[in-house]
Design a protein. Structure first.
Length: 396
């Protein structure tokens, strides 16, 4: 979904905040109704019944009637869809929405004239009860937009995302494929030998973040000083998040344009980042170390990179089993866990092949993808499997 930065006036900010509050309130009421349902009772109300109740509530409460019925009605539709996804087993159960964390609403049935361009870098969108709200025209708005979502992040910035599926990137047709190994120290290592690292905060910003976090620990809860420090931390975190998303988009586009087949590890990231705390009877081990590893994995955008690759290059992303990819020699195929001498170095004790450990794993993924594609579509699709020469030392 293409996202753009909103630039509303102070008066429009207040109305948009009210829309977010109403959408959150209606959603939480629907959550509460389903929470009280138990087996043996009457079924929890569905969308039709909740919509009727919303009409009665708007007639009874002036503050609710002052808001947009479109926003409130769509919150119920979103909840109904969330429950449908939960019962289908594709998503978890819908949870409560909190102020400051869940700030957004969705508008559907957008007309062609509801989005317009007013200058080279400024566009406007028509929002119910608000009017025309300006946004930065950073790139063309997709044609045929039917809905959009307006959100507010922790740094106080508002964005609008138009619901549109971008066209996939065509395959280059050169028969090339690449293996991608994902890690924490090096986010992604390619079988070509290129390491990819996601940009984050620089050294100056990291020091400032540490100082702000110390100030936050000393600030009294509910104080103005604490709110100011939290806002400053949120702005730094938002800057880091923006850089990470920008890197994912550009890297995904680059790989989709350069290679016909992109092989990645089939990792279960949710299982990998589970907490190690355990229970009171059976407490976990190395909880602090595991928490640090989880933060590193989540900050590395493993899932986002693969998700965007599958969007940009549908049908060209191959998931391979990650078992033993870091312990197998990409030159001779021997599996030996002692061959990985450190986090960065791999040296096969059988044939003497040496390489960066992540690059070696990426080449194993590369080879596995070649066999998988050949077995599925024929040997001519992915091209021949090229074994790298032995005893080649790559700089890490």
């Amino acid at each position: 979904m293409p996202r753009y930065r909103l630039t509303p006036t102070p008066a429009q900010q207040a109305v948009l905040a009210g829309h977010c509050a109403h959408a959150r309130y209606v959603w939480n009421l629907a959550i509460e109704q389903h929470t009280h349902w138990k087996p043996g009772r009457q079924p929890a109300p569905g969308y039709t019944e909740q919509s009727r109740q919303l009409t009665q509530a708007r007639a009874a409460f002036a503050w609710l009637a002052a808001g947009s019925q479109t926003v409130q009605q769509q919150a119920l539709r979103d909840f109904a869809q969330a429950m449908s996804n939960f019962f289908a087993g594709t998503h978890g159960r819908p949870t409560w929405r909190k102020r400051g964390r869940h700030e957004g609403f969705r508008i559907v049935a957008v007309k062609p004239g509801d989005v317009r361009r007013v200058s080279r870098h400024v566009g406007q969108v028509k929002v119910p009860k608000v009017g025309w709200v300006s946004f930065r025209w950073s790139r063309p708005v997709p044609d045929g937009v039917k809905s959009y979502r307006i959100t507010r992040d922790a740094a106080g910035r508002r964005h609008i995302a138009f619901a549109a599926v971008p066209a996939p990137i065509p395959a280059p047709g050169n028969g090339r494929r690449v293996g991608v190994d994902r890690g924490v120290a090096v986010l992604a290592a390619l079988s070509t030998g290129d390491p990819l690292t996601v940009p984050g905060l620089n050294a100056t910003e990291q020091r400032r973040l540490v100082r702000l976090q110390r100030k936050l620990a000393r600030a009294r809860r509910g104080s103005t000083r604490r709110a100011t420090v939290k806002a400053a931390i949120a702005r730094l975190k938002a800057r880091e998040k923006d850089r990470r998303k920008d890197w994912v988009e550009k890297t995904g586009t680059d790989l989709a344009r350069r290679f016909d087949v992109i092989a990645v590890e089939d990792l279960k990231i949710r299982n990998m980042t589970r907490s190690a705390k355990g229970t009171a009877e059976a407490p976990g081990k190395n909880v602090a170390a595991k928490a640090g590893l989880n933060r590193g994995v989540l900050a590395s955008a493993w899932g986002a990179l693969v998700a965007r690759l599958e969007d940009k290059a549908p049908g060209r992303v191959v998931r391979v089993n990650s078992a033993y990819t870091s312990q197998r020699c990409s030159a001779c195929g021997i599996v030996d866990r002692k061959s990985r001498q450190s986090q960065a170095d791999f040296r096969c004790r059988s044939c003497g092949y040496a390489a960066n450990a992540d690059v070696n794993a990426a080449r194993n993924i590369y080879h596995a993808a070649g066999h998988a594609v050949s077995a599925r579509e024929g040997p001519g699709v992915a091209g021949p499997v090229h074994r790298e020469p032995q005893r080649v030392l790559l700089s890490g």
